[in-house]
Design a protein around this ligand. Structure first.
Ligand code: ADP
Ligand code: LRH
Length: 478
């Protein structure tokens, strides 16, 4: 058996997981989990990246001796380094308001249609491209010699080596999904200097060795290699979807719901742009064709506002609330910013003339019904736009621990849901490391290993399609 440490930083928590891999065996244990709490400073919303790095070091110490380490995290955000390699400021959080109104400025130079045709990325205000345009006149960017995406920044701190891992680079909106290389034309028209980025590296590439200080701090015996993985957490999570064949859809449910398909080539049609589907790059030449849905962020923010009650009793109470009384558009970017979430959800229900949920149980039910409805729309539309029909929906990520959400998703989609693994991103991270060291084969081999070794739960649709159709019509006016 070989051991791999998967550092997986989600927007709500970071964890260091240990994957033990051997012939027909794959076991995952949690070495350390720590909260990821953004901080609002006088400058705006920032990631506490040093706190996260400290959590990573604690996690590696708890993990014990491993054969390699891989790092993945949420997408799009970055740290800037000066000429000495020192971090310039705290990385800006993608929910920070600095990108408001920036897209219109970008589209005046490169029309939205052209941008989509060149990069395949859905419009999201926080795509790195918009962040860089928003920061254009900042002193930090003026002094920056290097931009490292968050997992690449942590890898740099662990190893001293710099690179830009491709799956996460594809979320910058500066990569062409056909060539899987930088989109030089888009960058130059927007005045973005691609020399800021370190050379591209690919999942499976070596990313250096743990530095001597890191070995000392974690108690590990060197040399310990760091291996580039699908460093976008969603790339790692999709690599760990325990699917058989091609006729499947997936939903990565955590802070976000990322719902869509795995394809061989991007879909760059105007219809696809209008439907706001993205084409992110995955392992082995695959494309993640998906839509971002607000996800369990809606619930996380309500739970924060309610003083952090336990999820179990809240979900039990929500299951008793009548279904589909009120739904909101869980794809609406109006829910992106933090704060006052229960009021904002109630207000959206009031504005659309639906009953206004009041108690935590009612609001939770409204969120889960709305997420299931958004899952249904994304999966229906993805199949149509890509001409790629599916028979099953795989749900992975923290939301698989929410049985009500999984059942509602099966009901809404009218398809069986196979839920699990909950720690898909960490498993995808481990599988890429194991593969780089010759222990597992291609994407399909990894998936079949997961099917054989990980506990999965199946939810059958309960056949109330008309009710979901009616609820959808409430939102679309159709
Ligand atoms: P991220 O990687 O974006 O931080 P995760 O994949 O860790 O997100 O998922 C976090 C979400 O999982 C939480 O917001 C919560 O709604 C859900 N979750 C976690 N544990 C449980 C649980 N025991 N029961 C129900 N839901 C849970
Ligand atoms: C999920 C995720 C998602 C991105 C968002 C910024 O953690 O990486 O795929 O769109 O964060």
């Amino acid at each position: 058996m070989k051991s791999y440490a998967a550092v997986d930083l989600g927007a709500s928590s970071g964890r260091v997981m240990v994957g033990r891999v051997g012939p027909d065996r794959l076991e995952l244990t949690e070495a350390h989990r720590f909260p990821n709490r953004p901080v609002r400073t006088s400058e705006g919303l920032r990631w506490d990246v040093l706190g996260l790095y400290a959590g990573v070091l604690d996690g590696l110490r708890a993990a014990g001796q491993v054969d390699s380490v891989g790092v993945d995290s949420w997408a799009v955000d970055y740290g800037l380094l000066d000429a000495d390699g020192a971090l310039l400021g705290n990385p800006v959080h993608y929910r920070d308001s600095r990108t408001e109104g920036i897209a219109e400025k970008v589209w005046a130079t490169v029309p939205a249609e052209e941008l989509y045709a060149a990069t395949g990325l859905q419009y999201a205000p926080f795509n790195t491209l918009y962040q860089l345009v928003a920061a254009r006149h900042s002193a930090q960017l003026a002094h920056a010699e290097r931009l490292l995406l968050i997992p690449d920044l942590l890898t740099y701190w662990l190893t001293g080596e710099q690179g830009t891992e491709l799956t996460n680079a594809s979320t910058t909106q500066l990569v062409d999904p056909r060539t899987r290389d930088w989109s030089y034309d888009i960058a130059s028209r927007l005045g973005i200097d691609l020399r800021l980025f370190a050379p591209l590296r690919h999942p499976g590439d070596p990313a250096g060795l743990l530095r001597a200080e890191v070995l000392e701090e974690t108690g590990l015996a060197g040399p310990v290699p760091v291996t580039a993985v699908g460093s976008h957490d969603t790339a790692s999570a999709v690599a760990a979807v325990p699917a058989d064949g091609e006729r499947f859809a997936y939903i990565c449910t955590g802070t976000w719901s990322l719902a869509g398909l795995e394809l061989d080539a991007p879909v760059l049609s105007e219809e696809s742009r209008a439907a706001n589907f993205t084409n992110e790059l995955g392992l082995d030449g695959t494309v993640r064709y998906l839509r971002n849905i607000m996800g369990l962020w809606l619930l996380q923010e309500c739970v924060r506002a309610w003083g952090e009650p336990e999820l179990g009793p809240l979900l039990t109470a929500a299951a008793r609330v009548p279904a589909l009384r009120s739904v909101v558009d869980a794809g609406d970017a109006a829910f992106l910013a933090p704060g006052r979430m229960p009021e904002r959800i109630a207000q959206a229900c009031r504005a659309s003339g639906q009953p206004v949920p009041a108690s935590p149980a009612e609001i939770t039910r409204c969120i889960l019904d709305s997420l299931a409805l958004a899952h249904r729309r994304a999966i229906d539309e993805a199949q149509r736009l890509a001409g790629h029909p599916v028979d099953v929906v795989h749900v992975v990520g923290g939301g698989t621990r929410n049985a009500l959400l999984c059942q509602l998703t099966a009901d809404a989609c009218g398809l069986p849901v196979v839920a699990g693994p909950a720690e898909a991103a960490a498993l995808g991270n481990v599988l890429v490391q194991a593969r780089a060291h010759g222990l597992v084969g291609d994407l399909g081999d990894g998936r079949s290993l997961l099917t054989r070794t990980q506990p999965l739960t199946r939810y059958e649709p309960r056949g109330d399609a008309a009710r979901w159709h009616e609820a959808e019509a409430r939102l679309t006016g159709g």
